[in-house]
Design a protein around this ligand. Structure first.
Ligand SMILES: Cc1ncc(COP(=O)(O)O)c(C=O)c1O
Length: 295
């Protein structure tokens, strides 16, 4: 019997990229001995593309390269070649004028099951396109709800590993509590969300945790810091305690698919007045202006 996911994949008409070929997603097959399947031995990227143009591509490709280097997989393509692959995928899937996101995954490839890296495996390279819907205005007006959980994940959260079991368990807990996200705390400090980075605003100061191994260096996070600095806003990269999170004037989440979204409820209690704050509204507008400037 087929699961609903398998059924929807079967009906999917999209074209994906697998190891040098553009083929229907429903026909894409990978060996069960792929180390991605056996060990989650691989990394991934999610790159938004607005009106057909990959957004912050240079930054995404740098993170991809850093991640491949971190797990000792040779980067199979040059930046120019990656760009051609993404552009081809976008046009083959008819997204030249609308927004979509590119999901890219590179694993260490097929080998006899052994924990030690094989000498001679060839990386498996897979990319597909997903639609990217604009943020729902009702959700932006009402703000997101989050839970707080202990950060149970491993010690290399800077690597965008396809091993996301910790993240999905935490995100599932959020869903089961009717929340949109879980904000994670390690040793009393906020690290990030299960699939996003965290910002707070207190007394007009914007704050986000510094980049280290405890969190993913989000491309959207970096852009928000860049925009804030360009605008002369007071934005600092410093640890945020759980108490600071709970007493913040504003809390935001950032990611390539969420962009910058206001959090209005933490563990069902309102953040300040329980409505999106003025600094968020300003940053949201600046973010949209930045996107428009690239069109
Ligand atoms: C754990 C985690 N942190 C942060 C982010 C945000 O990163 P980016 O802005 O590059 O999408 C993500 C994105 O999925 C994530 O999974």
């Amino acid at each position: 019997m087929k699961t609903s996911a398998e059924k929807s994949v079967q009906h999917d008409t999209s074209i994906c990229f697998l190891n040098g070929n553009y083929i229907p997603l429903k026909d894409a097959k990978v060996s069960v001995l792929d180390r991605g399947f056996i060990f989650a031995d691989g990394i991934y990227e999610v790159i938004p593309a607005f009106a057909g143009k990959p957004f912050r591509l240079e930054q995404h490709l740098k993170r991809l390269h850093d991640n491949l280097t971190a797990i000792k997989i040779n980067n199979p393509y040059s930046n120019k070649q990656w760009q051609v692959i993404f552009t081809n995928l976008i046009s083959k899937n008819n997204y030249p004028d609308t927004d979509c996101s590119v999901y890219l995954q590179v694993t260490r490839g097929v080998a006899k099951r052994d924990h030690v890296f094989p000498d001679d495996s060839t990386a498996t390279i897979f990319a597909m396109i997903n639609p990217l819907l604009p943020a729902n205005p009702d959700i932006l007006a009402r703000g997101l709800s989050v839970i707080i959980r202990e950060d149970i994940r491993w010690q290399y959260c800077n690597i965008k590993s396809i091993s996301l079991l910790g993240n999905i368990i935490l995100k599932q807990e959020a869903a089961e509590n009717n929340a949109d996200e879980a904000i994670l705390v390690r040793n009393g400090n906020v690290t990030e969300g299960a699939a996003s980075n965290v910002f707070i605003v207190k007394n007009n100061v914007i704050k986000t945790p510094p980049k280290d191994k405890k969190l993913l260096p989000g491309i959207t996070r970096d852009l928000i810091v860049e925009i804030a600095n360009q605008q002369g806003l007071n934005c600092i990269e410093e640890n945020i305690t759980e108490d600071e999170l709970l007493t913040a004037d504003e809390v935001w989440l950032t990611s390539s698919t969420k962009e910058v979204a206001p959090v209005c409820f933490i563990e069902k209690k309102p953040v300040a007045t329980g409505t999106p704050g003025q600094h968020w509204a300003k940053m949201y507008q600046l973010f949209q202006e930045y996107k428009d400037s690239l069109k």
